[in-house]
Design a protein around this ligand. Structure first.
Ligand code: NI
Ligand code: MN
Length: 225
């Protein structure tokens, strides 16, 4: 399984021979200026919520690739109305796609689309495929609901927000990694704006102290799991 970090909360995951793209926010991100947005592959675009820093490049990438937008009913329909292929879901629901299974799970945050359109409730995703299971938290606070994921799944790795201010910070993300019983963590939603700058070495140490590995990929980096 190939994982590419495109900055902020944007990850590409190659699974089941398909390219999943999470929360594309690249062109407005100065830190991702070296990313060639026209070359990012996508068969599916998964959106955790409607905020601009998660959907900015959906239209551009979706129109070029013909990718299917997967999100809650409100957001998926919104892009459907703009001509994108879409698959509406909602929290608690699962669907078997051609690459694997997606389950929408709870996230504690807010959600509205950049033009003010109501965007329903924010969510995270659990994805199962290629013999692996992973969790993408979206923007969220630490919540006891994360313990359900440990009961329900054997997570191989997880993408956790950890920039603080808008979402949980590093300390809470460490607790989240314990709640979900997962030892391989990819950090996201850090360093993009002044509000969410984190100390990388300190963050890695806090996870290491609990026997966990924190990956803070450089923007553009690809890793294989
Ligand atoms: Ni947000
Ligand atoms: Mn955000």
């Amino acid at each position: 399984m190939k994982i590419t970090f495109y900055g902020h909360a944007t990850f590409g995951v190659e699974i089941g021979g398909k390219h999943l793209l999470f929360d594309p926010f690249i062109s407005p991100n100065e830190k991702a200026a070296h990313i060639q947005i026209d070359e990012i592959p996508a068969d599916y675009i998964l959106l955790s919520h409607g905020h601009q820093d998660h959907v900015a490049d959906v239209d551009t990438i979706g129109k070029r690739t013909g990718a299917t937008v997967v999100s809650n009913f409100e957001i998926a329909s919104y892009y459907g109305n703009q001509g994108h292929a879409y698959h509406p879901m909602n929290t608690g629901g699962s669907w078997n796609f051609d690459f694997g299974k997606v389950t929408c799970v709870n996230a504690i945050h807010s959600s509205v689309l950049p033009d003010g359109t109501y965007a329903g409730n924010p969510m995270g995703f659990v994805v199962q495929g290629d013999g692996k299971t992973f969790y993408y938290s979206g923007d969220t606070a630490l919540t006891y609901d994360m313990k359900l994921l440990a009961d329900r799944y054997q997570l191989d790795f997880a993408f956790l927000c950890m920039g603080d201010n808008f979402t949980m910070g590093v300390e809470d993300a460490v607790i989240a990694s314990e709640f979900i019983n997962c030892s391989t963590i990819f950090g996201m939603h850090f360093d993009t704006f002044g509000y969410i700058v984190i100390d990388h070495e300190m963050a890695k140490k806090q996870f290491a102290d609990k026997g966990k590995k924190l990956h803070l990929l450089a923007i553009g980096d690809t890793t294989e799991l």
